[in-house]
Design a protein around this ligand. Structure first.
Ligand code: NAI
Length: 244
């Protein structure tokens, strides 16, 4: 059975993607930064209830050494890694004039370096397998920019460049690499925004509703499927039509 590895998947979009890929028949390697993220959380049971195997692998995706160890452990446990979803991400918002060096560096490490780490280690397994799917979580902030998110939008724009580069480097080995760029999706990450910020966002969305995590999981499921075998280097916006 094929295996999917989803980073930052204890909750939010990552958990929804993991559950959807389990329904699609993949064994699931979950990941998050700490054991605590899986306490009072039934995601593992819900995935196993789909009749697939599921294990969690705790690691800080921004650490090169931890990423290497984790990928090795997943390969040993499941035998192959067929789908990698680089989902883990954080925000540390602030206007440029007030943004600290720490705020900038932390977001770059977690959102961007993690994609280098995991794509490198999983990519080398996929090249040897001569097949694989890498799906990266970008954001509309990386396409259009967003006031208060210089750090975050930098990482999400970088992910678009990284996606196209990986697509070019690994394409001849049967590995595709695509990105999804969500707009405003209801998760713990966006719960933090003020009502005023939420109202401003809603106004710009053609469909006049915020996205659900399942809206992202469905497109990721397609990109991981056989039907998307000739799709690579693409960025699919899932935003209900924001800023067209
Ligand atoms: P979330 O905050 O609900 O979930 C992110 C998960 O990543 C958490 O479980 C967190 O513990 C984990 N994580 C954080 N740092 C980590 C690290 N160093 N190592 C391992 N795991 C770590 O966020 P959400 O909303 O589910 O976002 C998922 C992805 O989607 C992120 O990359 C985010 O930038 C992207 N996205 C989200 C949007 C939204 O509206 N919610 C919009 C555009 C993109």
């Amino acid at each position: 059975m094929a295996t999917a590895f989803i980073t930052g998947s204890a909750r939010g979009i990552g958990a929804a993607i993991a559950l959807r890929l389990a329904k699609d028949g993949f064994n699931i390697a979950l990941n998050d930064i700490s054991e605590a993220m899986f306490e009072d959380n039934d995601i593992i049971d819900r995935i196993r209830a789909e009749g697939v195997e599921c294990e969690k692998f705790i690691c800080d995706v921004s650490s090169y050494a931890e990423a290497e160890k984790t990928v090795k452990a997943i390969k040993e446990r499941f035998g192959s890694i067929d789908v990698l979803v680089n989902n883990a991400g954080i925000t540390r918002d602030g206007l440029l004039a007030r943004m600290s060096e720490e705020q900038y560096d932390t977001v770059v490490a977690v959102n961007q370096k993690s994609v280098f780490n995991m794509s490198k280690f999983v990519g080398s397994i996929m090249m040897r397998q001569r097949s694989g799917r890498i799906i990266n979580l970008a954001s509309v902030a990386g396409v259009y920019g967003n006031a208060g998110q210089m750090n975050y939008s930098a990482t999400k724009a970088a992910i678009i460049g990284m996606t196209k580069t990986v697509a070019k480097e690994l394409g001849s080995r049967g590995v595709t690499c695509n990105a999804v760029a969500p707009g405003f999706i209801k998760t713990p990450m966006t719960d933090k925004l003020t009502d005023e910020q939420k109202a401003m966002m809603l106004n710009q969305i053609a469909m006049k509703r915020f996205g659900e995590v399942e809206d992202i999981a469905g497109v990721v499921s397609f990109l991981a499927s056989k039907d998307a075998g000739y799709v690579t280097g693409q960025v699919i916006e899932i935003s209900g039509g924001i800023m067209m």
